[in-house]
Unconditional design. Structure first.
Length: 663
């Protein structure tokens, strides 16, 4: 709130400072509207006129939307299927002055007609991330910041708020589906306090304080353990969710930074540095510490491989060496180890009696009993860069591997043979910042002059993107207050510079106020990047939807790529028009939800029918409002590749880019 008051004070000072100028009379009301985040009235650029021809051209060979329903916002951070006939959307709005994102309302739509059923505001907390804790019988939304948690329960039929709870300390919330309660763990007065609230009315069912021996408790880790939870701080504590009491506790063997906990069906693993301990579900230590020659980074078990845990250790910096260790759960004895020549990028998956995992360059399968390498399947050459763990899925006799920013492949679980592979779109100049490298989608369709111009203008050097991606992660580590030293990369710099140019041109600010607004602009940038990183991780986590692998592509997710996991065939569709202005100032968010029962796909953006667009003015630009758009997946055409019969290298180097150095 303090930051918001400072920005408003700066706004009043700015408006007051120009009140005596000749231009002030014209810009006074405009400045007030802009500072309030309402856009403006003086339209200097008509982006609708620029976008409409491209949208009409795309519409000639793209599938027609079943319906489009306008949303009064700039983007969406949430699109979820609700039940069998509704869609839940969370809106994001961006102020016209400093491009500061603000969390907009939740909206419920009828999935068949697109009619908006209700709308309810979400509480805005500076620096918070937003998520759904529960969907039934009430929709429970949480806003989580570093020192605050806000819960709000909404009636899905009417959109009315049923109850809310607020915690002004570090806290986290989760659902207890068996008891129908929301459970909150909060650091409070030198202890960790666990509370349970009834879903129906938010009434407190029970409260359990867990004192910290040092009086400096933090929430730490809260992990599911059967029907209960495990709270990890200076002790390991099992909490009975049904009774709201402490089932057992035992001192943490190695508390402090770097200690991690992994819960398995057989018990609890605790590891720190190169030491590993194992505890039973009743809290008794079974063995440990078992020491390794290098630092432990992960411990996992697989239900198909009883009595064995797999630990991954890491040694060195450049190059980094990883080793997989098989550990007997009975006594902690190592039964085998397998050194890797590459980084490990996924968890473990057991299929066809083999232990599968992915590395930076291949998918490998080991004999889980002996650690013998059974198969090693090289991945496509482009699969060398990723930030999030690979996702592994068993589908029939296929092992499917999805890599963020790269694509999806299917292997035979019998012999490791590559069955099919599909890369994410690699060229067309622009990038969807989640790491999509784009193919030239217009190879299989007539390309108009407008599209050619768009492709040329959107071309972004790949190296600049990598730098920006690195900056996003640093922003998460250092926080907004130190963000200024990390945002001087490609898109980030141009984004806030353009914002400040708009500020100065509109209001003619003094140098002192200019410096204050620049810091506010950097804070706004940090907020946008946090939204984008959260959105990117969410998209990757839910990339498998029904029988499809689904990912957006394009500078703002203007297209969607789908891969049929049964056949390996793909569909690349540009179902959204470019949204000028929002592409420059707005958060790069994309949300896609697929309903496998009805075969409907939902996304948010500018639809391809300019006759139905609704104009609004922001940044002194006339732009079309985005919509919630519904498509029937049966209208998409699936094929083996996105190019007609062209080989991959020709498509990579013969499209809109002149040579490989431009990639």
């Amino acid at each position: 709130m303090a930051g918001r008051r400072i920005r408003w004070l700066a706004a009043l000072l700015v408006v007051g400072s120009v009140s005596g100028c000749g231009q002030a009379g014209k810009d006074f009301s405009e400045g007030i509207r802009v500072m309030a985040g309402k856009g403006g009235t003086h339209e200097e650029r008509d982006t609708i006129k620029e976008t409409a021809p491209i949208a009409r051209d795309l519409a000639t060979y793209q599938p027609k939307a079943a319906w489009a329903s306008r949303i009064q916002a700039d983007a969406a951070d949430l699109v979820e299927i609700y039940g069998e006939d509704r869609v839940l959307v969370g809106a994001v709005r961006v102020s016209a002055m400093l491009a500061t994102p603000s969390i907009g309302p939740l909206m419920m739509f009828d999935a068949q007609s697109g009619r908006k059923l209700w709308e309810v505001p979400r509480k805005e907390i500076p620096g918070a991330s937003y998520a759904l804790v529960a969907m039934q019988p009430l929709i429970v939304v949480q806003a989580t910041a570093s020192k605050a948690l806000h819960l709000c329960a909404i009636d899905p039929e009417t959109g009315r708020e049923r109850w809310q709870r607020e915690f002004l300390q570090p806290a986290q919330a989760f659902l207890d589906p068996r008891q129908g309660r929301i459970v909150v763990a909060a650091a409070k007065s030198g202890s960790v306090e666990i509370s349970a609230f009834q879903m129906a009315d938010g009434a407190e069912a029970w409260k359990l304080p867990l004192p910290d021996s040092k009086g400096t408790a933090s929430v730490g880790e809260v992990l599911p353990l059967g029907d209960d939870i495990l709270v990890v701080s200076d002790h390991l504590r099992r909490i009975s969710l049904a009774a709201g009491r402490l089932a057992w506790e035992t001192p943490h063997p190695a508390p402090g930074p770097g200690a991690r906990t992994s819960v398995a069906e057989e018990g609890i693993f605790v590891f720190r540095d190169n030491h590993l301990w194992f505890f039973g579900e009743s809290g008794g230590k079974k063995w440990g510490p078992v020491s390794f020659g290098s630092r432990i980074v992960r411990v996992a078990t697989k239900a198909e491989q009883q009595g064995v845990a797999f630990a991954i250790t890491r040694q060195g910096t450049l190059p980094v060496h990883y080793t997989i260790h098989a550990i007997s759960i009975v006594d902690g004895r190592e039964t085998w180890q397998y050194p890797l020549r590459d980084s490990i990028e996924s968890g473990f998956l057991v299929a066809g009696g083999k232990l599968f995992y992915s590395t930076g360059t291949s998918v490998q399968a080991l004999d889980p009993k002996s650690g013998t390498l059974i198969s090693r399947t090289p991945l496509p050459m482009w699969w060398s860069l990723n930030e999030l763990p690979d996702l592994l899925l068993v589908r029939g006799e296929q092992v499917i591997v999805a890599r963020e920013r790269m694509g999806v492949v299917a292997l035979s679980s019998k012999d490791g043979r590559m069955l099919w592979s599909q890369m994410m779109n690699v060229i067309r100049g622009s990038h969807f910042w989640y790491g999509v490298r784009e193919q030239d989608l217009y190879k299989s369709a007539n390309q108009s002059a407008a599209q050619q111009k768009l492709a040329r203008e959107e071309r972004i050097w790949w190296g600049s993107f990598i730098s920006s991606w690195d900056a996003y992660y640093k922003l998460l580590d250092v926080g907004p207050s130190r963000a200024s030293s990390y945002v001087a990369t490609g898109q980030s710099t141009s984004q806030w510079q353009a914002t400040m140019m708009l500020t100065n041109a509109l209001l003619g600010v003094s140098s002192a106020i200019d410096m204050g607004l620049k810091q506010a602009a950097l804070d706004a940038l940090a907020q946008r990047k946090r939204l984008e990183v959260t959105n990117s991780a969410m998209l990757h986590a839910r990339t498998f939807q029904g029988k499809y692998w689904i990912r957006p592509f394009g500078k703002r997710g203007t297209g969607i790529m789908l891969v049929d996991l049964d056949t390996g065939k793909r569909a690349d569709v540009e179902i959204l028009a470019p949204h000028y202005g929002a592409e420059t100032y707005g958060p790069r968010l994309a949300s896609v939800a697929f309903d496998p029962k009805s075969g409907r796909l939902f996304t948010v953006g500018v639809d391809l029918d300019p006759d139905q667009w609704e104009r609004y003015v922001k940044y002194r630009w006339g732009m079309p409002y985005p919509s919630l758009i519904c498509h029937r997946i049966g209208d998409f055409k699936f094929g083996k590749t996105v190019w007609d019969d062209e080989a991959l290298p020709n498509a990579l180097y013969g499209g809109v880019l002149a040579n490989p150095k431009d990639i």
